[in-house]
Design a protein around this ligand. Structure first.
Ligand SMILES: Cc1cc2nc3c(=O)[nH]c(=O)nc-3n(C[C@H](O)[C@H](O)[C@H](O)COP(=O)(O)OP(=O)(O)OC[C@H]3O[C@@H](n4cnc5c(N)ncnc54)[C@H](O)[C@@H]3O)c2cc1C
Length: 261
């Protein structure tokens, strides 16, 4: 990134909320029009809200839209007792303005030129940066083998399933989408109905029949820890794994894994 782009990415800009719509009962798609540079898949923006009395709060949200999209799409999960996320579910409306800066982050990123095989593992709203990677892969017409393993409690809590299933129909030889529902039986052949562990990850890797060159894991601390521990037990190289954590339970993440905080 050159100095001017770097400065632009760390300066605050006004963004207009174009659209807010539910993706799942707890996750909203928030579409912004903002004068930001084109992101790399996996990057995030910082969002700043300021009250009339001057109090302000800022949080980071990954960019879920394709890098080439004319807008920025965020996937914001509502934490009932949270300060910022409920605003996007209960208060904000199309036409409102907020402040954003970015795109930010230089570690948890993937471009089609990086190749693969590419293994993406998401828990809940952790899908956001991985969705940007899937969309970048799709838009580039990439033939890099890609397996997306996406976990939520129930099928209804999985976002973008139609888009993901359609992609699997369009590119069955290159794209494998496995849904994991931890509180519901699997819906499709090949999906899983329990929490991911080493044995299940090993089974998925055998079925995929690829050795992943790049692995991206995103979700809560607990999810990322369970998955990375399982991947290491399943003999995935630590150097191939990158993680991004959205909070939740305290972490004792394996120090061998690449972490972005
Ligand atoms: C790089 C990055 C990307 C991210 N991308 C996404 C994304 O795509 N989608 C997404 O939904 N989230 C994402 N997050 C998480 C997001 O930044 C926020 O952390 C999340 O939305 C919660 O913010 P909040 O203001 O609603 O909750 P907060 O007010 O921050 O509260 C979070 C939790 O902490 C508890 N808490 C807060 N203050 C205290 C206190 N003083 N004492 C005890 N408990 C407290 C609250 O009760 C709540 O359960 C990302 C985070 C990072 C770092």
């Amino acid at each position: 990134m050159n100095a001017a782009a770097g400065k632009a990415a760390t300066s605050w800009h006004e963004a207009v909320i174009e659209r807010i719509e539910p993706l799942t009962p707890r996750i909203a798609s928030v579409r912004l029009k903002a004068p930001l540079a084109q992101p790399v898949a996996g990057q995030h923006v910082d969002v700043r809200l300021t009250a009339e009395d001057g109090y302000s709060a800022q949080r980071s949200y990954s960019i879920a839209s394709a890098p080439s999209a004319p807008h920025i799409e965020l996937m914001i999960e509502k934490l009932d007792d949270g300060e910022v996320s409920p605003y996007f579910h209960d208060v904000a409306q199309a036409g409102d303005t907020i402040e954003v800066r970015g795109p930010l982050g230089g570690h948890f990123i993937w471009s089609p030129a990086d190749g693969g095989p590419l293994l993406l593992i998401a828990g809940g709203s952790g899908l956001a940066p991985l969705m940007a990677m899937v969309r970048a892969w799709r838009d580039a017409g990439s033939e890099t083998p890609l397996m997306l393993v996406y976990s939520a409690r129930t099928w209804a809590e999985l976002a973008f399933v139609e888009e993901l299933q359609q992609l699997q129909v369009q590119a069955p030889e290159h794209f494998l989408f496995v849904a994991v529902t931890t509180r519901e039986s699997p819906r499709r052949a090949g999906d899983l109905g329990r929490r991911l562990n080493a044995a299940q990850l090993q089974g998925l890797l055998s079925r995929w029949a690829q050795v992943p060159r790049h692995v991206y894991v995103c979700g809560s601390n607990a999810f990322v820890e369970a998955v990375t521990d399982g991947l290491l037990l399943a003999d995935v190289a630590a150097a191939a794994i990158r993680t991004e954590r959205y909070g939740g339970t305290e972490s004792t993440l394996n120090p061998k894994i690449g972490v972005q905080t």
